[in-house]
Design a protein around this ligand. Structure first.
Ligand code: NAD
Length: 251
């Protein structure tokens, strides 16, 4: 389904990362994939799980000036024009993530917004000139953007801004046939999720309440991303698409 597609998956921390499942599935479906992890330390864990799959790994800390530029240039040198970028990163300082929204620090809020949201706009700006035949940008969001999910805190407004950014970027790049989506998974036990207080309780609550009566897997998220990146999804852009066992549809 993805033979001839080339692109970047940003945000592999370990084999539980949504980005890992995505990189693996896009590669298995025939795409050429370059993956990124945060830094050299993460690379020592990530390279051994991605290299055997034929997926090269680069470090990319979006807070570092020039880091995104470096990765995108490297991908173009390896692959030529690009077809997709999957943005699967989020961060908030723990002290702010664990605080009620009204008690978050200005610095913490801005840092969460910069890494988790504005970095998508930077990716779009940098990669669009490298997408000569159109392409797809996909980011990861959560329903805490729309509902006040207990303990999701400042990430709610950050994800709301991310989803809005998707709509604006889809509009800005649509004429170039660059499609932009947010994928919204239900809760999955990953490193990022482990920073959210009472995450186990959230998972248990969701599991009992959602129509499918179970949680979703990283592979189910990856399957949706593979579809969005493929030529079967060329008529779609600007959406927030749920892969959440139906969580979004029930009170
Ligand atoms: P994860 O911890 O595996 O991935 C988060 C990634 O963000 C890590 O690779 C981390 O290194 C990266 N990151 C943090 N700061 C960064 C920076 N400055 N520069 C570059 N990368 C940075 O966890 P995950 O759950 O796979 O998270 C991926 C995305 O999925 C996030 O946007 C998250 O909000 C979203 N999401 C997760 C869930 C869930 O329940 N796990 C649900 C909905 C959405």
């Amino acid at each position: 389904m993805l033979t001839g597609k080339r692109g970047i998956v940003i945000g592999v921390a370990n084999d539980q990362s949504i980005a890992f499942a995505v990189a693996k599935m896009l590669k298995a479906d025939g795409a050429d994939v370059l993956a990124t992890c945060l830094n050299i330390k993460a690379r020592s864990y990530v390279e051994p799980i991605l290299s055997p799959l034929g997926i090269p790994v680069m470090t990319c800390d979006v807070e570092q000036p020039g880091a995104l530029e470096h990765v995108i240039e490297d991908a173009v040198v390896r692959f030529g024009p690009l077809d997709f970028v999957v943005h699967s990163i989020a961060f908030a300082p723990l002290v702010d993530l664990h605080a009620p929204l009204h008690a978050t620090s200005r610095e913490g809020f801005l840092r969460a917004m910069d890494i988790s949201c504005h970095s998508l706009a930077r990716v779009a700006h940098l990669v669009a000139p490298k997408m000569q035949h159109g392409g797809t940008l996909v980011t990861m969001t959560y329903i805490g953007s729309k509902l006040a999910v207990p303990d999701y805190g400042l990430m709610g407004p950050v994800k709301a801004a991310l989803e809005s950014s998707v709509r604006y970027l889809a509009s800005e790049f649509g004429a170039r046939q660059i499609r932009v989506h947010a994928v919204s998974p239900g809760p999955i036990a990953t490193r990022a999720a482990s920073g959210i207080q009472n995450f186990d309780q959230l998972m248990a609550r969701v599991e009992s309440r959602v129509p499918l009566k179970r949680l979703v897997s990283q592979d189910e998220v990856a399957g949706l991303v593979a579809f969005l990146v493929s030529d079967r999804a060329t008529g779609m852009t600007g959406q927030t698409i749920y892969v959440d066992a139906g969580e979004h549809s029930v009170p």
